[in-house]
Design a protein around this ligand. Structure first.
Ligand code: ADP
Ligand code: ZN
Length: 430
């Protein structure tokens, strides 16, 4: 049930003591070895001696994605390059890629975090883990693969794509745990049924899905399609990769591996630290990584932290599912809209998670279109009525009315990695 019970169930007092000790050492390591961050600290007038406990964390400067792009490729490296054994890079979802470096110890720590996630989802050395996250520079494949080896599972390093072959292997080799993005899990589930198969024909019991936002509505749909329990996993290349936080069987938020990453929630506009329970931007300080140890890294992911007791027995703080990145948020006719809000409405109205949001500006007014696939059984005459009902359900959720288009089944591209949900043509015009 636990991969590392001592850490995962540690008292708050002991966790704070551990974090204090690791934080002080890490700040010194970064100050001594990363001139870029030393300059930021000097400008703010902070010295390593000023950071004694986690209560001093707020004195440190933030690091943003822009800093990482400035410092590309070696500017944030804190050990000699010859001590590094691996490089990964972000998916580049929101712009130029960032590269991250790992020593062998960093890889071990990362795999340990992923092993905790797999164990929380029920994995043991008896399991067969099918990894269909992309392998390569992306952290998804390598991260889940490493964690799976650590737990001693039989690992199928499939990478993404070739969905029918994925299902063939899943059946032939009796995969019990599936790891991929939630949008790809939905696609695999859809394909399984199209092949005339059902969950009874496969041995999967659990799935570990992350790397992109997904709603609880989408979770239920995947669970039903594949006959599994679906667990969320969160992470980002800048903090190593997936496994920074993971879900336990309670499925109500992800436990953060706080012995490695100290989380904070800030107001994204002012940078002010917000009290526990507030919604804001998640910031991480890595206190164990050596090659690429970011202090107060602004993730741009929006969520809430809570320290409440969890039924699984873990005491690690939990983060809610990020509702999207601050830069996923669209402002349409002056109203803030997140794709995840739209997804929740579409799926709870009985549609599949194949949708696309198109925003444009025509004659100085924003246009807002939601495309989704009509169900195969829907009759032509029902379509306008269905579109109207969806538009009004979306209006209730968002406060503005989109134009809804039910398009032909299969006409929206399926995703094998991170799904592209939004096409904002206004950005293309700028
Ligand atoms: P990129 O930022 O280019 O996509 P990464 O592959 O490192 O590069 O992706 C990390 C980001 O993916 C996170 O900052 C977050 O926005 C998103 N993400 C990862 N896991 C989850 C998850 N479980 N739920 C929602 N978003 C997630
Ligand atoms: Zn729990």
């Amino acid at each position: 049930m636990y991969w590392n019970e001592k850490i995962e169930c540690m008292s708050r007092e002991d966790m704070t003591a551990l974090q204090n000790e690791r934080l002080a050492a890490q700040v010194k390591h970064v100050y001594d070895n990363v001139p870029y961050y030393r300059d930021l600290m000097d400008k703010k007038g902070v010295k390593p001696e000023d950071i004694k406990t986690i209560d001093d964390l707020h004195k440190l400067p933030f690091i943003s994605k822009a800093d990482l792009r400035d410092a590309y490729p070696y500017g944030m490296l804190a050990v000699p390059l010859k001590d590094c054994v691996r490089i990964h890079s972000t998916s580049g979802t929101t712009g130029k890629r960032v590269v991250a470096f790992y020593t062998q110890d960093d890889l071990d720590l990362w795999e340990d975090c992923v092993a905790r996630a797999l164990t929380a989802a029920g994995a043991t050395s008896d399991d067969v883990v099918q990894v269909c996250y992309g392998y390569g520079l992306f952290t998804g494949g390598a991260g889940l693969d490493g964690g799976s080896h650590k737990v001693g599972c039989l690992t199928l390093p499939m990478s993404s794509g070739n969905t029918e072959r994925q299902i063939q292997f899943m059946r032939d080799l009796g995969a019990t745990i599936l790891c991929c993005t939630p949008s790809y899990a939905a696609y695999i589930g859809e394909t399984l049924h199209e092949m005339g198969l059902s969950p009874a024909d496969i041995k999967l019991k659990a799935g570990i899905f992350g790397a992109e936002p997904w709603t609880n509505e989408m979770r239920r749909q995947i669970e039903e399609l594949l006959g599994i329990k679906a667990y969320d996993i969160y992470g980002l290349t800048e903090t190593s990769g997936p496994g920074v936080a993971f879900e336990c069987p309670e499925q109500s938020g992800m436990h953060i591996n706080e012995d490695n990453f100290i989380p904070e929630i800030i107001d994204p506009d002012t940078g002010e630290v917000l009290p526990e329970g507030s919604k804001g931007e998640l910031v991480f300080t890595s206190i164990t990584k050596k090659a690429f140890p970011l202090l107060r890294y602004r993730t741009r992911d929006i969520c809430v932290l809570s320290k409440g007791k969890c039924s699984c027995g873990r005491t690690l703080i939990k983060m809610t599912k990020p509702m999207g990145r601050s830069d996923d948020m669209m402002i349409i006719r002056g109203i803030n809209v997140f794709p995840s809000q739209i997804e929740a409405v579409l799926i709870s109205s009985g549609y599949t998670p194949n949708y696309q949001i198109v925003v444009d500006r025509v004659n100085n007014t924003d246009t807002f279109d939601v495309l989704l696939e009509r169900p195969a059984e829907a009759l032509d005459y029902e379509i306008p009525k269905r579109e109207k009902a969806l538009a009004s359900a979306l209006k209730t959720m968002l406060g503005i009315t989109p134009k809804v288009h039910l398009v032909a089944p299969k006409s929206i591209a399926r995703s094998e990695g991170k799904a592209v949900r939004v096409i904002d043509k206004r950005k293309l015009h700028d």
